[in-house]
Design a protein around this ligand. Structure first.
Ligand code: SAM
Length: 262
């Protein structure tokens, strides 16, 4: 069966057997786990995931991969292959059809939509207990960015609210076919069990985004229209002021400001 790689769909398939095993092993999937895989491609990691999991839902946008996936998984029945754009799928209602203890996401993501995929997982509150994903190396740094760094932004804050994030290992571009122009890293995100109390999640998300609206501007300029006296009151408890930029604020401070103002 011939296959034409589509660069526009981020089709860089894993060919390194060690890396394939390392990714799946590091997820610690067991028979109580429901796994979501986005972009299974020709099934490089899917076969191992399906073997270990209770059930796997695979979302692949490219219909010409259907044959390869059904072929590589032909001895299993504990999976569902959805041929569609993951971003358009109602994942939460799909999940309501299954009975499971833990939900994991394990994937070698298409790099052109890594951020929208992660945003979907957060915004639609799919919130897997564990996410093990391969991303572009620079993106790994952005997701795990600490405060006062250039990469620290609203998405970092939201991710940090829900997840403990750490890098597992780097992966060279030579481990893929076709070879991409960038190196990659596998990161793990573990859902936090003791999250901070947020009075109104929509308001929290809105004010965090507004704080970062113009990255070069300070909080006074980015938060026009909010009760600046109250914001200033919270900031001063931490030795900060409205003249600081959003990148100086930890998750705790964002939560406190949002709870104070809502
Ligand atoms: N998992 C395979 C591997 O490791 O060899 C393939 C990974 S490849 C980097 C990304 C895969 O995501 C491709 O198979 C591509 O067709 C698929 N893909 C791209 N955009 C997608 C989308 N919006 N929804 C679902 N799958 C998508």
């Amino acid at each position: 069966m011939n296959f034409e790689f589509k660069k526009s769909l981020g089709q860089n398939f894993l060919k390194d057997v060690n890396v394939i095993h390392k990714i799946v092993d590091s997820a610690n999937i067991d028979k109580n786990t429901l796994v979501i895989e986005v972009g299974p491609g020709q099934g490089a990691i899917s076969r191992l995931i399906v073997e270990k999991a209770k059930f796997t839902i695979l979302y692949e946008i490219d219909p010409s991969l259907k044959w390869f996936l059904n072929n590589i998984l032909k001895d299993s029945s504990n999976f569902k292959l959805v041929i569609n754009d993951f971003l358009e799928e109602d994942v939460k209602s799909e999940l309501s059809n299954y009975d499971y203890d833990k939900l994991y996401m394990v994937a070698n993501l298409p790099y052109y939509i890594t951020t929208p995929i992660v945003e979907k997982v957060i915004n639609e509150e799919i919130l897997p207990d564990k996410i093990v994903i391969m991303v572009q190396k620079e993106v790994a740094s952005r997701f795990a960015a600490s405060i006062n760094t250039r990469d620290y932004g609203a998405l970092t804050v939201f991710l940090n609210y829900y997840y403990k994030i750490y890098k597992l290992f780097d992966v060279s571009r030579n481990c893929f076919f076709p070879k991409p122009n960038v190196d990659s890293a596998v990161i793990c995100m573990e859902l936090k069990k003791d999250r901070l109390f947020v009075k109104n999640m929509d308001f929290f998300k809105k004010i965090v985004k507004d704080c970062f609206r113009y990255k070069r501007k300070n909080l006074r300029n980015n938060l026009i229209g909010y009760d600046l006296d109250k914001v200033s009151g919270v900031l001063s408890e931490y030795g900060l002021s409205l003249n600081d930029r959003a990148e100086a604020l930890s998750l705790e401070i964002f939560v406190e400001i949002a709870n104070e103002l809502v």
